[in-house]
Design a protein around this ligand. Sequence first.
Ligand code: AGP
Length: 651
Amino acid sequence: MTRVGHRRSPATGGCPERPERVVTLTPVCGIVGYVGWRGAQEVLVNGLRRLEYRGYDSAGVAVVDGRGELEVHRAAGPLDNLVAVLPEGGATGEGTGRGGTTGMGHTRWATHGPPTDRNAHPHRDAASKVAVVHNGIIENFVALRAELEAAGVELASDTDSEVAAHLVARAFAADPDAGLTAAVRAVVARLEGAFTLVFTHADSPDEIVAARRSSPLVVGVGEGEMFVASDVAAFIDHTREAVELGQDQIVTLTRGGAVVTDFLGEPARTRPFHVDWDIAAAEKGGHDFFMLKEIEEQPAALADTLRGHLVDGRIVLDEQRLSDQELRDIDKVFVVACGTAYHAGLLAKYAIEHWCRIPVEVEVASEFRYRDPVLDRSTLVVAISQSGETADTLEAVRHARDQKARVLAICNTNGAQIPRESDAVLYTHAGPEVGVAATKTFTAQVIACYLVGLALAQTFGTKYADEVAREYAELEASTDAVARVLEAVVEPARALARELAASKAVLFLGRHVGFPVALEGALKLKELAYMHAEGFAAGELKHGPIALIEQDLPVVVVMPSPKGRAILHQKLLSNIREIQARGARTIVVAEEGDETVRPFAEHLIEVPAVSTLLQPLVASVPLQVFAAEVARARGYDVDKPRNLAKSVTVE
Ligand code: AGP
């Protein structure tokens, strides 16, 4: 068996895995488990706070108290509702003087049963011996529930998850000497679907047992304490040493360490890693919202994403399981992604086609596999995902792999499912992004796409080493340009946002690389300010959207540089004239010193002059600030827009 403990982490390398079968994808619940010496309740609640960004509708904790009894508290709604019903000072086992130091917590995103207190996790068996939290969907729960009911078990919730608590309680009772791990192993063998589960048993209070299939699960390795969670953010206050669990693995945690096996009880390979960001990175750093902090972190995110990728004159990826020959054989590229990541993918097309002279198609991941794209061994699919968990993108990756295409992932989350199932990986080292709206991970994805373009160009021989080095140096210089934008435009963008906050709609126009910027600017405004916002290729205006222009409608125009592609600049000036003639208010993002545009801009936002491909980096930042500030002016929660979750792990 693989043992994991402080200072004796197994030296097993990461192993790219393919699940043996495609399982139903999971919702986005947050899980945290703890066994150690601290008051578990406080550790768990703090952990849940750090997982709030995943989106949830109810929360709960279970602690084995000082009397060896399970104390479970649950509440629908925000975490504060749970905190309000928790015993002050933690689950201590009143009168015993001994604190509860083992337990688990959960934030739920409802799938089976409405978001009520009784459906919130943790769930228990009838005797209140076993508690379970679950992320995923147990597909055969109807049959399992019927089996339990036939045996006289009364279920207390509408969830699929509760069956797991009853089944483990029964398996444990049938053979207590075999222990909780054996009971869990027996039960997971019967479960179908996607599940990450954490169990504790009141009669075995010094351990928790977790099983992972599909949804992410990481172990945190502390001194005399162990954690398990959906995300390292849940335990980063206490340890930065972590171990990523693979698919179909079970971990048994005690204060002294962890034992990891597969679902059959055989030793399992795990991947220890050090978390290279600290808790300050997960806090607001003096800002009212995480998103505003994350916008400001962009220069660092870009620099960190670039760092270390030019080695001896060659671009290197973080992981590459493809030979140079396999890469040279690539004759077509698809980029698949969702939302903001898709907009980054649109920019990848400009760079890769320009540098590599190879066709690139960009497609929203949710459409990709349903239209039977032409894929083979010589196709490279670039999957872009901040979370690495997005169901649509993951399924696109699986489809591509099934068709023998090669997959390269661009991801911000170490060891997430998409990079695990890919042939090559480039991580965006943007750090944790808590705000639901992607900001620093967007610009980091753009930079990562360009790195991939350069890596392909050197492989295909369409760029010499000195040209690659020059482009890389330009990418590095973009970090300063973005820093200058932040210094210069935040205040004007704020003022503008306040002025336009009452508008009914805003349109965004761009051409060439300014077009994805327009799409992204509109997406930010929609998701944060709940305002009707659309992005258009400016040339399309006359084919329909111009009918939307009415008196005082704000239109944001992303201008290209007047130097590089003068023809595009001219055409956009004409577009501005067309909309002004129809009463639009023009907000123009233009290069510093572009005097020709000044007379046409009711509001001018100037950004530093950079090369064409880098313009999206400097032009996006003011639009991010604008969207956040409009949302704030309208009184909305900038970090947690309604109806949205950070990771969308359902199709
Ligand atoms: C953007 O602000 C959104 N959060 C959303 O569009 C997001 O980019 C999309 O869901 C993809 O997420 P991923 O990068 O984690 O795959």
